[in-house]
Design a protein around this ligand. Sequence first.
Ligand code: AMP
Ligand code: GLY
Length: 413
Amino acid sequence: MPSSRRAKVLVVGSGGREHALCVALAASPQVGEIAFAGGENAGLEAMAERIPAEAVLDRAGAFDLVVIGPEAPLSEGLADRLRAAGLNVFGPSAAAAEVETSKAFTKAICEEAGIPTARFTVCDSEADALAALARMGAPLVVKADGLAAGKGVIIADTEAAAREAIGLCFSGTFGAAGARVVLEEKLEGPEVSLFALSDGNTVRALASARDYKRAFDGDHGPNTGGMGAISPAPGVSDAVLDEAMDTIVRPAIATLKARGIDYVGVLYAGLMLTAEGPKLIEFNARFGDPECQAILPRLTSDFYELCLATATGRLADAPLAFSPDSAVAVVVAAAGYPGPVARGEPIGGLAAIEAAGATVYHAGTRREGDEVLSNGGRVLAAVATGPDPRTKVYEALDHLDWPGGRLRTDIAS
Ligand code: AMP
Ligand code: GLY
């Protein structure tokens, strides 16, 4: 890019993760203009032009870099189409994104690469699955193959529960995602998310995080997209993360490459730290949400440069540095989430939260006149970093003025 002109970046997606991506990109002195593609988001609209998702292919040619946030456009091949048009794209091809969209595909990669993961069997009919259950016994994890909005995983501690879960999958509860089921050995140990960057050849660890998936304090209640996160994951040594890079992340990307698939973007490895070492639970082809909101504020090097280097095969030389401080993200959801929620409730106190030293990333909000209104399940996340980020973020959130908002009080405790 000529130094006389600052870069234009398009971020695809309009949630909390994408707000964090945009804030990190905007911090680069090389970036002049940012647009995002998707629905309303009061936080994003305050800093970036919004373009409709349908207009991405038409409009992308005007941008120096396109960063794709969510899995859906990746699995639909948006990165392929943009790359075919000659654009710089941060985000894997549809073939590479299969590591997220198909658990059976990922298991095949694991087998080929010798990646440690739970013992498993793939079943295409209910009868197959029941026969496999009889062999494997409980406890057992039952997973609908394909995308099921994070709801396709059932941990069955008894055979009866496993039979019920298998029945649910094949009865169409998860749509087409349940037509094929993966039965898996239940792994025990602390969970950690490891994020790595890959330009197709060079693979580098980015950061670790822990997320809080259950709706309520004490890890009770239904699974959600994530109610909070801390980065780096506490109590996880660099040696364990290095081991996971060597035994899980690099072999996976090398095996994809051997199949002719270049992985370009961020690879999210969900790991269980078992007594026998780190084992893979799942890959995602994108940043986690809200893990992204806890990771990027710690980055001290230039995020635009890092994304561009990843998109253009120059990752090996890109500066990559983090603050040693932790960051804690606390999600504020609408009461009722992950079930049906009310929308259109005014949210006050956002300026005071920021004045208290936390950053607010908007997820499901929209602006109406002077007001910010709730507009989704997960509505925003407050993030603090520094020596005691947990205290700082909760003290800042005391300023939130939204009776309909609900948050976990035990993130990072
Ligand atoms: P997933 O949708 O694959 O991320 O799974 C959701 C959650 O289910 C994971 O974050 C784990 O907590 C749990 N889980 C998935 N697979 C296993 C497994 N094999 N053993 C134990 N827990 C699992
Ligand atoms: N927070 C979990 C995810 O983004 O998949």
